[in-house]
Design a protein around this ligand. Structure first.
Ligand code: NAD
Length: 493
């Protein structure tokens, strides 16, 4: 049984509810995870509230020392964590390692917290009056994360939140909960005081309690768009600041002058890496002008080489659950019945793994229309659609009309076209000949439109802004030679 982590230790109660955790490569139940009740969430929030009283005053030196130590430990033990992620999520170990490498960047950013929290100071704003700003923590913060990056997404938020002086209750996905517990143990080993980071497992019951709990002051959420909208609306109606990152449908626009080999390589790695279960995965390739046939043929030939299975040489693992695999598979029939051309059927792909695993090989559709469900829905699996566009303008209009705006990419050798694209496209993260433009940690991660509710993106400068409240102090100290107390109204002289 995977238990909660409350006040610096594994919770020793007996859960009233629990869920199954699968090994997606075999399809077998591998473990059980406790589902928190309201009172268990309350215990975690109380522990965080108690810890906040002293952690908010921990020196910047102490906070960054913990963060540096955590960074060292995570780097030393990333191989172990990659195995844990792979076992419950299904992504291949090398891909899980990549997730942790990107997560380390956020930890490293938080190591610089003394620099990041520097305020401004204006001496003599008025005579003998100084004005300065400080950034203070908001209090207890709830972090609710999705299944697809069980190590990286919690680490988008937790290091910055605690480095800013907050305390955290993390509610990871119930599908792959072990990575969060591993991280909590590493933080404890790094010297983080008890109660600063708590982990509660569970489902809607736990999420709703965090959204309603009066002691929780901020919520960082990542997941699908319907739940992101719900979390944003419920959290803000309870007076909390909320950042809720939602789903995606990422387009890769290929202009006629692009290097088609580079574009085909990118489409395959960005479309099928992690079995397409990435919020920045490419799910639509927009072939502009005459390049469609050649591009489709190049993508098709590369798909044949993708090694799907659970062995060390494999590039793509299973989907996270049988239910999800079946839902993704249903889009293969839907696409055909809606009139798209099924160029590669993932059900026919060779699989190097146990028969009952949640497998589906890479699928390629061509001649997809923007009214088809394979275009309109976020499939979140290894299904790539090619849409033909007659011009650059038509391609841009298509991307801008899509309700999601997480990531997009343009492939071209024309710098002017790329520059125009970055200006005109209504998407939060844009790649130029880069298919998955996840920002480095010293920028911030976030989409537009229905891919983000709230105005603060994740990590980087936005993260520091989200996890702090600004205070501006106007102070006046009399010159000792003045002598005596001035009870008059402040003068601007
Ligand atoms: P999900 O929305 O099903 O779950 C996310 C979290 O919400 C989980 O912790 C889950 O337990 C909780 N939850 C689920 N249903 C709930 C409900 N009815 N009420 C309250 N809480 C609920 O998402 P998922 O399937 O775990 O993750 C995949 C989704 O996340 C995809 O849509 C993907 O695009 C998105 N995602 C977005 C980003 C981004 O940065 N925009 C990053 C990663 C994943």
């Amino acid at each position: 049984m995977i238990k909660h982590w409350i006040n610096g230790k594994h919770w020793d109660g007996a859960p009233s509810r629990a869920g199954d955790v699968y090994d997606p490569s075999t399809g077998k139940v591998a473990n059980q995870v406790a589902f928190a009740s309201v009172s268990e969430v309350d215990a975690a929030v109380s522990s965080a509230a108690e810890a906040f009283a002293s952690w908010r005053n921990a020196s910047l030196a102490q906070r960054s020392t913990v963060m540096f130590k955590f960074r060292e430990l995570l780097n030393e033990r990333k191989g172990e964590l990659a195995q844990i992620v792979s076992a419950e999520h299904g992504k291949v170990v090398s891909d899980a390692g990549g997730e942790i490498q990107r997560a380390l960047e956020s930890v490293e950013y938080a190591c610089g917290i003394p620099q990041l929290l520097k305020g401004g100071f204006s001496e003599n704003a008025s005579t003998r009056v100084d004005v300065y700003s400080i950034q203070q923590p908001v209090g207890v913060v709830g972090v609710i994360s999705p299944f697809n990056f069980p190590a990286m997404v919690p680490l988008w938020f937790v290091p910055t939140a605690i480095a800013c002086g907050n305390t955290v209750v993390l509610k990871p996905s119930e599908k792959d909960p072990s990575a969060s517990i591993f991280l909590a143990e590493l933080f404890a080993e790094a010297g983080l005081p008890d109660g600063v980071l708590n982990v509660v497992h569970g489902d809607k019951v736990a999420v709703d309690r965090l959204l309603e709990h009066p002691t929780v002051k901020a919520i960082s959420f990542v997941g699908s768009t319907p739940i992101a909208r719900y979390v944003y609306e419920t959290g803000t109606s309870h007076g909390k600041r909320v950042q809720a990152l939602g789903g995606a449908k990422n387009h890769m626009v290929v202009l006629p002058d692009a290097d088609l080999d580079l574009a085909a390589d990118a489409a395959v790695s960005a479309g099928f890496g992690s079995a397409g279960e990435r919020c920045m995965a490419i799910s639509v390739v927009v072939a502009v002008g005459p390049v469609g046939d050649e591009l489709v043929s190049k993508i098709k030939s590369r798909i044949a080489d993708v090694k799907v299975g659970s062995g060390p040489s494999c590039e793509m693992g299973p989907l996270v659950t049988g239910v999800h695999r079946d839902k993704v598979t249903s889009y293969l029939d839907a696409g055909v019945s809606e009139g798209a051309a099924l160029v590669v059927d993932g059900r026919d792909h060779p699989i190097d793994g146990a028969a009952d695993g949640f497998w589906l090989g890479p699928t390629l559709f061509d001649h997809v229309g923007t009214d088809m469900t394979i275009y309109t829905d976020e499939i979140f699996g290894p299904v790539l659609s090619v849409v033909r566009a007659s011009s650059y303008d038509e391609a841009v209009e298509m991307v801008n009309n899509n309700r999601y705006g997480n990531g997009t990419a343009i492939f071209t050798n024309d710098g002017g076209a790329a520059r125009r694209f970055q200006n005109e496209i209504e998407v939060g993260m844009v790649g130029v000949n880069v298919p998955i433009p996840v920002p480095v940690a010293y920028y911030s991660f976030g989409g537009w439109k229905e891919s983000l509710f709230g105005d603060a993106h994740a990590y980087g400068p936005h993260g520091v802004h989200f996890f702090t409240r600004s205070k501006v102090i106007t102070s006046r100290w009399l010159d000792p030679s003045h002598g005596g107390v001035n009870l008059g109204f402040p003068q601007n002289t």
